[in-house]
Design a protein around this ligand. Structure first.
Ligand SMILES: *Cc1c(COP(=O)(O)O)cnc(C)c1O
Length: 455
């Protein structure tokens, strides 16, 4: 065990040490053939080597030059926590089976609920990601407001809402017509007045509006819906307020983030993605709810009546199996708790503040490149830009050329039919030098295409 552990740690340490210089996309010839499981086992070093080669054939999502989609990097200390958690293999779905570790997990839920100004009675569940957390939260909304009869139930969101939400609606058994797309204002935030009119018209037409969804940082451009106004609307129209803060949520730890999310403390359910804003490895999302009893009721058909669990008494700590979709689940608490305890919450606040500064800096620098037009200054850490004179195809080529240099990786989005390059600064490993390098790459490639003017 010690030898294997040391080899694995050495491999990981070398990998992490190399990330600062690592290419953002795999070199040509990185394709590998993976050996299928064989009757006979192999030496650990051989298997490890095969893993290392397979892992190299990838977009470098762990590195500091990854600005695509929503990067987080992945904290080594969280990976270490995961190793311990898996090694001990405690069953944390039912509190009585491992109360100590359920308390560890619960402490993280309570800490975050307090950061968001939710009442002390709030609760939640750590999930595999934002998609599962949205599904669970919307299920609570559905059950609380519609009961078993889904007919005519409608949810209000915008075209900027993450597409895992329509997916959740499908899984919950709603027809497409249950999704009511509220227009956005030009800054891509929900037009709350338009939402109010739609809700009233829908109700008059016999539909049953039950939930309004605000996004605290859209995946596409990072726009933040006017949460306080949406919360007022929810209160006045008696709707469940669901806030999808999967991308932006952890900026709540910063002063600027808190200001932008005013009203979030009124959410009935709130989704976060620690694998984004808390820099965790992929696979950790989070749902917070104002009333955990509603969450439990919405996920169970029969109450305490499961015969094979009859000897497990309910106690002070939550039984997570009752608060979510999974029965047996990973112990996801340690991967959050250990880094928080080890580095301190302040380290996370500072890192998130740094990302806000870096994105503002990138926006200024990109705006200064002749031919480049940026979207509005970022509310969070996402900057969108394009060279309008190059047209959609030209901007697509620009992105391909930038990414092909393997010095910075950008993804893209579209707003109003216009192709935009998209830079999201959220990796824990991204610092000022990496942002400056990325801006330089953009400047050089824009110049190469003649500032986009003579395509
Ligand atoms: C990423 C994201 C999701 C989906 O979360 P996963 O963790 O990818 O399942 C939902 N909503 C928003 C706003 C997101 O950014």
């Amino acid at each position: 065990m010690r030898e294997m552990g040391e080899s694995a740690t050495a491999l990981l340490a070398d990998f992490l040490a190399g990330l600062d210089k690592a290419p953002t996309v795999p070199p040509d010839g990185a394709a590998v053939r993976v050996t299928r499981p064989q009757p006979a086992g192999a030496a650990f070093d051989e298997v490890l080597g095969e893993f290392r080669r397979a892992a190299a054939w990838a977009t470098e999502t762990a590195g500091p030059r990854h600005f695509g989609f929503i990067p987080g990097g992945g904290l080594f200390t969280s990976a270490l926590a995961e190793y311990l958690a898996r090694g001990f293999n405690r069953y944390t779905s039912v509190a009585a089976m491992a109360p100590g570790l359920v308390a560890v997990e619960n402490s993280v839920v309570e800490w975050l609920a307090a950061e968001f100004g939710l009442p002390a009675s709030a609760g939640g569940n750590i999930t595999t990601g934002g998609s599962m957390a949205n599904l669970s939260g919307l299920l609570a909304a559905r059950h609380d407001r519609l009961g078993d009869d889904l007919a005519g139930g409608t949810v209000y969101l915008t075209a900027q809402t993450n597409h895992c939400v329509p997916k959740a609606m499908r899984i919950m058994g709603f027809p497409a017509s249950a999704i009511r797309t509220v227009p956005s204002t030009p800054d891509l935030r929900m037009d709350v007045e338009a939402a109010r009119s739609m809700i009233r018209a829908d109700r008059a037409a016999g539909l049953r509006p039950f939930c309004v969804l605000a996004t605290a940082g859209t995946t596409s451009t990072g726009a933040v819906d006017p949460i306080a106004a949406v919360a007022d609307l929810a209160a006045r129209e008696d709707l469940w307020l669901h806030v999808d803060a999967a991308y932006g949520g952890f900026f709540q730890l910063t002063e600027r983030g808190r200001r932008g999310f005013e009203g979030v403390e009124r959410a009935d359910s709130l989704v976060l993605d620690p694998h984004k804003g808390m820099f965790l490895p992929y696979g950790t999302g989070m749902l917070l709810v104002r009333d955990p009893a509603v969450l439990a009721r919405s996920h169970a058909l029969f109450d305490d009546d499961v015969p094979y669990l009859q000897d497990l008494a309910a106690g002070e700590l939550p039984d997570y199996a009752e608060l979510g979709i999974e029965r047996t689940r990973e112990f996801r608490g340690l991967r959050m708790w250990l880094p928080l305890r080890l580095h301190g919450v302040s380290a996370f606040r500072e890192a998130l503040d740094e990302k806000l500064d870096l994105a503002a800096h990138a926006h200024r620098e990109l705006s200064a490149i002749p031919g480049v037009v940026c979207g509005p200054p970022p509310e969070l850490s996402t900057v969108v830009f394009s060279v309008p004179a190059a047209g959609n195809r030209g901007n697509q080529v620009l992105r391909e050329r930038i990414n092909a240099r393997a010095e910075a990786f950008f993804s893209s989005t579209a707003v109003g039919g216009r192709y935009l390059l998209r830079m999201c600064v959220l990796s824990v490993r991204t610092h000022a030098g990496h942002v400056d390098d990325a801006v330089r790459v953009v400047r050089e490639e824009v110049q190469r295409m003649g500032g986009g003017t003579n395509r």
